[in-house]
Design a protein around this ligand. Structure first.
Ligand SMILES: Nc1nc2c(c(=O)[nH]1)N[C@H]1C(S)=C(S)[C@@H](COP(=O)(O)O)O[C@H]1N2
Ligand SMILES: [Mo]
Length: 398
């Protein structure tokens, strides 16, 4: 059923439609943005030499404004670190839990020698670590109305592995399960239950993935919609692994099978084997190699195409205009981190007026090329997750 509209609650939408956004266009961004309140951050960069040409294929209106909130548009993503005000947010149960730090606790239990109950102060008093990580929702681009389910932030918190070490995982533990505070009614067989958003992770991954229990995003408290007061960050993993509004961590003796583990974040593929169609359903985990053309701006001598690439160590990004040859983009290596996107750009001086198609593809350091729509990894996939195929955008130049 996936991100279906029926499951969403009917609380007031905070998503600003593209129409509203376009009306606000031309109010200037740049440095002013940093000083602005959230509502003012929605505008195109209109500095005279940097006029942004809007894409001619805007994303469709989202049918689930309570699930997908605060999506920016690619045209306005001009900063390597995504400001908190412009960071997308996903609430699978359609609401943002309001947690009071005075009464909130994190409980660590299950198959551990030393169960713990920690306050926010306790967690913030532990050793601090930061990671810059580009978080991408696995449904980005697979769902046509989710095209900026991605953002890059510096996440600050305390290492998960040290805490688990202190808790003492017992020998018969096989998974660490992370429970968020948000919950809803689920029917399993014919039993109706109250289930929290939760994800399980192997002990190996929990101890060795560099996971952090984070309370900061870009140096500020986590915004409510991004998981206040505490969320798990698992660098390099798709969004769903990064459990928000964390309340409980439990070590379990068998793999966790909740809705968001066993039903939702599963990729279906089919393949022909000796005249039979063979189907597989696999869990979604690590990010995949991907790039996107982000925005086109007018320059003194033509146009410049800007974009982002992530999901693997990026060697090269190439751009194709209409059916032309692939052109190598310049990668901005001044801003880099192991789990963060890189920004790239390409000077486009031979642009003619009229409509054009712009496609980008990323190549990683192992030589893998971002797949096309016809690549079997994509063509044999029947679900919208992990849609890392090359993205083509349309633009009309005057
Ligand atoms: N508790 C909880 N954690 C959650 C979710 C959720 O609905 N509830 N959504 C997940 C999904 S699908 C994604 S893509 C990321 C999005 O993180 P963000 O909302 O900070 O952008 O959060 C993940 N963590
Ligand atoms: Mo997601």
């Amino acid at each position: 059923m996936g991100f279906s509209a029926e499951r969403t609650a009917t609380t007031e939408s905070r998503v600003i439609s593209r129409r509203q956004l376009l009306k606000q266009g031309g109010t200037g961004l740049g440095a002013a943005y940093l000083l602005s309140r959230p509502g003012l951050a929605w505008a195109f960069d209109s500095a005279p030499s940097q006029e942004v040409i809007p894409w001619a294929d805007p994303r469709p209106e989202s049918p689930m404004p309570d699930v997908i909130r605060n999506q920016p548009v690619w045209e306005e993503l001009d900063s390597w670190i995504t400001p908190n005000e412009r960071f997308f947010a996903i609430s699978r149960y359609g609401y943002v839990p309001e947690l009071d730090p005075a009464t909130w606790h994190l409980r660590v239990g299950g198959l551990v020698d030393n169960p713990m109950t920690l306050s926010l102060d306790d967690i913030q008093g532990r050793p601090h670590e930061d990671v810059v990580f580009t978080l991408e929702c696995a449904g980005t681009h697979g769902l046509p109305f989710l095209d900026t389910g991605i953002g890059n932030a510096r996440w600050g918190g305390t290492p998960l592995a040290d805490l688990l070490e202190e808790a003492g995982i017992q020998e018969d533990g096989v998974e660490v399960v992370f429970f968020g505070a948000d919950r809803g009614e689920e029917v399993v067989h014919d039993v109706t239950i109250q289930e929290n958003f939760a994800r399980g992770m192997s002990i190996e991954d929990a101890m060795n993935s560099g996971a952090l229990l984070t309370y900061e995003m870009n140096g500020e408290d986590l915004p409510a919609r991004n998981g206040y007061p505490l969320r798990l960050i698992v660098p390099g993993w798709y969004g769903m692994a990064n459990v928000k509004w964390l309340e409980r961590i439990e070590v379990h003796p068998s793999p966790y099978m909740g809705r968001f583990q066993a039903d939702e974040y599963v990729t279906l593929r089919s393949e022909e084997q000796n005249g039979t169609t063979v189907w597989t359903r696999n869990a979604i985990g690590l990010n995949r190699l991907k790039s996107v053309p982000g925005r086109v701006s007018r320059t003194d001598d033509g146009y410049r195409i800007h974009g982002a690439a992530w999901g693997a160590p990026i060697e090269r990004v190439e751009v194709r205009i209409d059916d032309g040859a692939w052109r190598e983009a310049e990668i901005d290596r001044s801003n880099m981190a192991e789990h963060a996107w890189v920004f790239w750009s390409l000077s486009w001086q031979d642009a003619s007026s009229g409509e054009h198609r712009i496609t980008a593809r990323a190549i990683d350091t192992a030589g893998n090329v971002q797949p096309t729509h016809d690549d079997p990894m994509i063509a044999n996939k029947h679900t919208y997750w992990e849609s890392n195929e090359q993205v083509t955008r349309r633009i009309v130049l005057g």
